[in-house]
Every structure is written in structure tokens, then in C-alpha cells.
Design a protein around this ligand. Structure first.
Ligand code: BG6
Length: 480
């Protein structure tokens, strides 16, 4: 179903994110028939380009990131024809009049401004859009992390945006919220009667949230070394996963109701004790550089891995820890949320070898899907023996060929911006609360000035991270 006619203005349209994700995503939405006839996409950036040169650039991006042989030539031509370009100096005078003129042609269309630029330009561009009247009362503005570096800078950024836009117009992207399985987590929890009665400290032993990456930080070392795993992944992506797993059922599936519940979770997080945190940095492997080589900073104290035990002080979760871990250059790319249930209250099979307890695994990538770990009788005539088996559902199997055309996170989120649905976007207060929680750890690390523990590239992280679980009589799930 096509969305309403819109003008999408992408600041930073010649940059990496626009060429790699945003524009190919919009092309795919056109293939899917979701782009209305009158849609216009206006690239705005500092480079002096003609519209024609911009179209050529995006044609190349489509060939690179979608694949030359996969492009539908007719649709690609149509897509390029809706692209326009204006050279704009975000902090100067050039280009703003031209942008105003271009937009005057389509006054009634929904306007969305995607700021695919560094955060230092968010405030100036927002102010300019407001002063020039280019942004109307119904316009939307889209920004993405880094949304601050700490609580103070996040507040300043929120203030700059809210000087020119209402909260209902601000779309803060966390691309994890656009992932299919993340949304499925809400469906599984709240559209089934089966899990919710068990979704609490009485029945859940603990929760493990893992976002493991096999790539290093090569190429982005400059940015990464100033952030580290806590700022780059935990404060945003893992925090969002934790919130959706832990939150109370919202009264309705509606942006503010959902975000209210997520905020309550963040407010219930206990401070994390020093001994409940493990930080790591990857070593060099055969042909691969170490973290400090990638970061070009031999004395770097930045973590490329972090594991932590988080306690949620509320009625539902008190006593059931959430263990989070994320890192670069680990054994495999794997992201999942694993809800590990408790033992049955009494085992009638106590004489048999121990087996694993039930677990619900929500797999974000690869092979998106959901698995319920069950114990059954091992088939055969050998008497009662127990075996752990998965009840598996991968989206690829469940949805067949239509799974292939599932929009990726960016495509889905951009369409939500046009529709005016903020459910999968972060509200300003959520971002600030998450920083407030993360800041305590970050400040402590700065004060301690300690180097993170070294771990082997291709491993599952530092040894100490295993200890974090063993100490509690638990084990991390394999990264594979
Ligand atoms: C980004 C981080 O937000 O998320 C990157 O800055 C990280 O460091 C990426 O690699 C992971 O996203 P995905 O979708 O590949 O899991």
C-alpha cells in the first residue's frame, strides 16, 4: 500500500549512509509499490553537484549496494527521475533559497528532513529549517546516533532540536528497532497468551542479550575510539532490546504508550556494580590488526567488548538478572535475546542426567527467527531418556519467498516517518535516561583509567566475561 505523497529532503545525501542504506532502501520501497506517484527525494549536501551528477552517483550506489543484475531497469529509471539535488551550506547562506523554491511547488505534501550528517550540524540545520519556514508544523525531522556522548551533550542536542521542532515531529532512529525480529518480540509477548504469564522473575531464571560482531573497527577507528562498545552499542541498541524484553504491556500499541513503558524500565535499572562489568579489547590475529592498531592509538583505553549484569528493580524482574554483552572481532556475527526459564518446581526425572531448562531464543541475525528450547523423551526403545530439542521458526521458512522482500530496518523506519508513526523511534526522555544510566559507568572507567582485558580475535570475548556468569552458576550461550 503506497504511503501518502511526500517530499523527503536528505541532508548529507552524498554521504556513506545515504548511498549505502537510505537511497537503496527507498528504491526497494518503490519496487514494492509503496512509493506514491508524487514522491520527491531531494538530496542536499555541500558538494556542488548538478541533479544529473547526483542521479549518476545514486545509480552507481544502487549498482553497488543492490547489485547491477538485480536492478529492475524500468523502476531504477523511474526512481532516479524522482531525485533532485540542491547544493546547501548547512551553516552558511548558500542553497536555502533554492530549497525553499523547490519545496514551494509541493506545499501540501508531507515533508520529512533526514539529517544524515554529523550531530554538530543537527542544531544549526534544525534552526535554519525553522527560521526559513521550510519546515512546517507537520514536517518531520529524522536524526540518528550519536545522539550525544553523555547525558549533558544529549540534553543539549535535545534542546537544540526542541527549539525548532515539537517532540511529535522528531524521529530519533535506532536502527535495531527497525529489525523485523525486534518488532516480533512485541508480537510474541503481547499477541500470545502463552508467554506473558511466565514472563517474570518467578519463572525466568535470567535473560541474555548478545550482539556479537565478527568485524573489527578498521576504517572507523577515529570515531570508535572516542565511543567504545558502551556508547556505540549498549546505551542505544542493547538498551532498546532490554527495554522491549522487560517492559510492561502498554495499554495500546501506540508510540507514546510503548515509549512510556520503555522509559519506566530504564528508570528501574540499578547502578551496575564494578564487579559486574567486564571490558575487553581485541588482540591481533594472524593477518588481522589489534584494536589499538585499528584505532591508531597505542594507549587506547577504549573497550571493543563489554559484558554486564544488569538488575532491574521492579515488581516483575527483581531477582532475575539481565546479562548483556557485545563486542567486535568475536567468533561470529550473532545477535539474540535468550530468555532462560527456571527448572520445573520438582523433577520426577531426578535420576536421569541433567538437561537444559526451557529457553525462548529470539534471533535477530543471522537467520532471523524464534526458537523454543524444549525437553522431550529421546525417541527409541531405550527407556526414558531426555533430550533437548528446538522448536524452530525461521522467518525464511515461515514466510517463504516473501521473507526475501522484507524491508530492511532503514526502509521500514523511513516509511514510518512518512506515515507519522513514532512507535519505533526513541523519545528524547528515553535517550537522556539511558545516558544517565551509562554515564555512571563511563565516568567510573575514566576515573579508573584502566586498560580493558585483552581477548583473542575470533574468540567469544575475555575470559573474565565467562566468570561473570560462572560466579552465578550460569553460562553464556555459545556464539556461533
Ligand atoms: C551501529 C554501530 O550502530 O550498529 C556499529 O555504530 C555496528 O559499530 C552496527 O557495527 C551493528 O548493526 P547491525 O545492524 O549490523 O547489527
Amino acid at each position: 500500500i503506497p504511503v501518502q505523497p511526500f517530499d523527503l529532503i536528505i541532508f548529507g545525501a552524498t554521504g556513506d549512509l545515504a548511498r549505502r542504506k537510505i537511497l537503496p532502501g527507498l528504491y526497494r520501497r518503490m519496487v514494492a509499490g509503496q512509493m506514491p506517484q508524487d514522491a520527491r527525494i531531494i538530496g542536499a549536501a555541500r558538494s556542488a553537484l548538478t541533479t544529473r551528477a547526483f542521479r549518476d552517483m545514486i545509480r552507481e550506489a544502487l549498482e553497488t549496494f543492490i547489485g547491477k543484475d538485480k536492478l529492475d531497469e524500468e523502476i531504477a529509471a523511474k526512481f532516479l527521475s524522482v531525485l533532485d539535488y540542491v547544493t546547501v551550506d548547512a551553516t552558511g547562506e548558500d542553497g536555502w533559497d533554492e530549497l525553499t523554491k523547490k519545496l514551494a511547488k509541493t506545499k501540501s505534501q508531507t515533508r520529512a528532513f533526514y539529517l544524515s550528517v554529523g550531530p554538530s550540524l543537527f542544531g544549526p540545520i534544525a534552526a535554519r529549517l525553522h527560521e526559513t519556514g521550510i519546515a512546517t508544523k507537520d514536517s518531520r525531522i529524522v536524526v540518528e546516533k550519536p545522539l550525544g556522548h553523555d547525558l549533558e551533550s544529549a540534553r543539549a542536542l535535545n534542546k537544540q532540536l526542541s527549539d525548532s521542532f515539537d517532540e511529535a515531529q522528531i524521529y530519533r532512529i535506532d536502527h535495531y528497532l527497525g529489525k523485523e525480529t525486534v518488532q516480533n518480540l512485541m508480537a510474541v509477548r503481547f499477541a500470545n497468551a502463552l508467554f506473558e504469564p511466565l514472563w517474570n522473575a518467578r519463572h525466568v531464571d535470567h535473560v541474555q542479550i548478545t550482539v556479537s560482531e565478527s568485524i573489527g573497527v578498521g576504517g572507523r577507528g577515529g570515531y570508535y575510539d572516542k565511543s567504545g562498545a558502551m556508547r556505540d552499542m549498549v546505551q542505544n541498541h542493547l538498551m532498546q532490546l532490554l527495554c522491549l524484553t522487560a517492559m510492561e504491556p502498554p495499554a495500546q500499541f501506540d508510540a507514546n504508550r510503548v515509549r512510556d513503558e520503555k522509559l519506566k524500565v530504564i528508570h528501574s535499572l540499578e547502578d551496575v556494580a564494578r564487579e559486574d562489568i567486564v571490558r575487553g579489547q581485541y588482540r591481533a590475529a594472524k593477518d588481522e590488526p589489534s584494536y589499538v592498531q585499528d584505532a591508531e592509538n597505542p594507549d587506547s583505553l577504549t573497550e571493543s567488548y563489554v559484558a554486564l549484569k544488569v538488575n532491574i528493580s521492579n515488581w516483575r524482574w527483581s531477582g532475575t538478572p539481565f546479562y548483556l554483552r557485545t563486542g567486535k572481532r568475536l567468533r561470529a556475527r550473532m545477535s539474540e535475546i535468550a530468555v532462560i526459564f527456571k527448572e520445573p518446581p520438582h523433577s520426577i526425572f531426578a535420576k536421569l542426567p541433567a538437561h537444559q531448562t526451557n529457553a525462548l531464543i529470539i534471533r535477530l541475525q543471522p537467520d532471523e527467527g524464534i526458537t523454543l528450547r524444549m525437553t522431550i523423551k529421546e525417541p527409541g526403545p531405550g527407556g526414558m531418556r531426555l533430550a533437548d530439542v528446538p522448536l524452530d521458526m525461521t522467518f525464511a521458512d515461515a514466510l517463504g519467498p516473501s521473507a526475501e522482500s522484507m524491508p530492511d530496518a532503514y526502509e521500514r523506519l523511513i516509511m514510518d516517518v512518512i506515515r507519522g508513526d513514532q512507535t519505533l523511534f526513541m523519545r528524547g526522555d528515553e535517550v537522556e535516561a539511558a545516558w544517565e544510566w551509562a554515564d555512571k559507568m563511563l565516568n567510573d572507567w575514566t576515573e579508573q583509567g584502566r586498560k580493558p582485558a585483552a581477548y583473542d580475535s575470533g574468540s567469544s570475548g575475555p575470559e573474565d566475561a565467562l566468570g561473570l556468569m560462572h560466579r552465578d552458576g550460569r553460562r553464556w550461550r555459545e556464539i556461533e
